[in-house]
Ligand binder design. Structure first.
Ligand SMILES: [Zn+2]
Length: 428
């Protein structure tokens, strides 16, 4: 428990309304329940509930009549809060306090807020409100001003790994390299989750925790599976990508953890692509746009899985969605027609080529625009320039490379691009 809160409990100076703010998984509701146990525990030691008395046991089991949890995300209506107002009057059934835990309190409607406010204004002595929220800025001041606020912070992965190392050392556990990092990744800032996982791993009774054991405990997959899936997605192998997903599901893996691992993996690739990652070599530049697409699709899938009845569905839709986007992009490029003899109709698409080139390489765009494109063969492009400087700029290998990529969107294949100076151009 937070120190200030623990002190208040030991001193018997508990407030009537608390506001617990912080990201998901940082222990807001857990702390609220510990508080509920502490104030009702008959055998409390200092601020710590005993965990064994009838009150503690029933709160842990979720059967206590004195602890009422309201999930505002699903109970947005006034009715619930009105009902709460009615019930608030009655004395606690067993303990000294009735504790109302309102999770995601910012989701309440205005009417519900007003009803809640009425109760907060004159709370009966036996009632404690714990309002938990991930978005405190969405709460009206009339509410926040009546609560004692506590901020819960996510622990960084680095700190989590350090804590895990400490705890493991104290318990005489060793682990294969990468084990703690994986636990920290899955625990996502929650120390409680991280330690819980370590406990499970220790329960296996091995001297050394292996990555393989950890994957089977966590229901996670090895990086190799993620890599295979992403490779299939990048190369447009939609069918095989769907099959791989089914295999992951059939292996009994936790799909929500899998989704988080996947977005994490994609994010790592994207960072590497822009030189912000730890990997020395990032994915090729040509994959960047696709990676951005994939990350957006799977991040949304991860969100949607929270409400999905079949966990695999949002993932499958993301895979199919990526195939559709890929198709749409190809079609946009394939809009370019060819002449009867099969050679590209460059005149028709040159404006679009210029626009796309300018988008990818703004400084050089104007120089390219000053050239005259001449098709010297099916995939042979000659660019005629009237001034030396423009020719030199465009002729740089990296700029020709970008131009080839742009051309590839319209007419795939290996392009040969030459830049020439047209001496006669300026003559009358
Ligand atoms: Zn107890």
């Amino acid at each position: 428990m937070v120190r200030t809160l623990a002190n208040a409990v030991s001193a018997g100076r508990v407030a009537h309304a608390y506001l617990f703010c912080g990201p998901r998984g940082t222990g807001k509701t857990t702390t609220a329940k510990v508080l509920a146990k502490a104030v009702n525990c008959t055998r409390r030691q200092g601020a710590e509930p005993c965990g064994e008395c009838p009150s503690c046991v029933s709160i842990t089991a979720g059967t206590s009549m004195d602890v009422l949890e309201i999930d505002a995300a699903s109970n947005r209506g006034v009715d619930e809060v009105r009902e709460l107002r009615e019930k608030v009057k009655f004395r606690p059934a067993a303990g000294d306090f009735k504790v109302y835990i309102v999770d995601e309190v910012h989701m309440l409607t205005n009417e519900a807020f007003n009803a809640l406010l009425k109760t907060l204004e004159e709370p009966p002595g036996h009632v404690i409100f714990v309002l938990a929220t991930t978005e405190p800025h969405k709460l009206p001041l009339t509410i926040t001003s009546r609560c004692q606020r506590f901020d819960f912070r996510r622990i960084t992965r680095k700190d989590l790994v350090m804590r895990l190392e400490e705890v493991a050392e104290q318990s005489g556990l060793t682990a294969e390299s990468g084990v703690f990092a994986l636990i920290a990744r899955v625990a996502d800032g929650s120390l409680r989750d991280a330690l819980g996982i370590l406990d499970q791993a220790a329960a296996l009774g091995e001297d050394r925790i292996s990555l393989a054991d950890l994957h089977s405990i966590l229901g996670t997959v090895t990086d190799d599976v993620l890599e295979r899936l992403v490779r299939r997605l990048l190369s447009g192998e939609t069918g095989p990508a769907l099959v791989l997903l089914q295999e992951v599901e059939a292996a009994g893996k936790e799909l929500r953890i899998f989704a988080r691992e996947l977005t994490d993996y994609l994010r790592g690739l994207l960072h590497a692509a822009y030189g912000a990652g730890q990997a020395a070599v990032g994915p090729p530049e040509s994959d960047r746009e696709r990676l951005i697409d994939l990350l957006a699709l799977f991040a949304r899938a991860e969100q949607e899985m929270r409400f999905a009845t079949r966990q695999i569905l949002p993932l499958e839709l993301a895979v199919v969605g990526s195939a559709r986007r890929r198709g749409a992009a190809a079609e946009a490029g394939a809009g370019a027609s060819s002449r009867a003899d099969g050679t590209p109709d460059l005149e028709q698409v040159w404006g679009e080529v210029l626009a796309e080139f300018r988008r990818r390489n703004p400084p050089v765009g104007p120089w390219l625009a000053r050239s005259e494109p001449i098709l010297a063969g099916p995939r042979k492009l000659q660019l005629k320039f009237r001034d030396e400087l423009a020719k030199e700029k465009v002729a740089l290998p990296e700029n020709k490379g970008i131009l080839e990529k742009v051309l590839n969107r319209f007419y795939p294949g290996r392009w040969q691009i030459t830049c020439v100076l047209d001496g006669d151009y300026g003559e009358p």
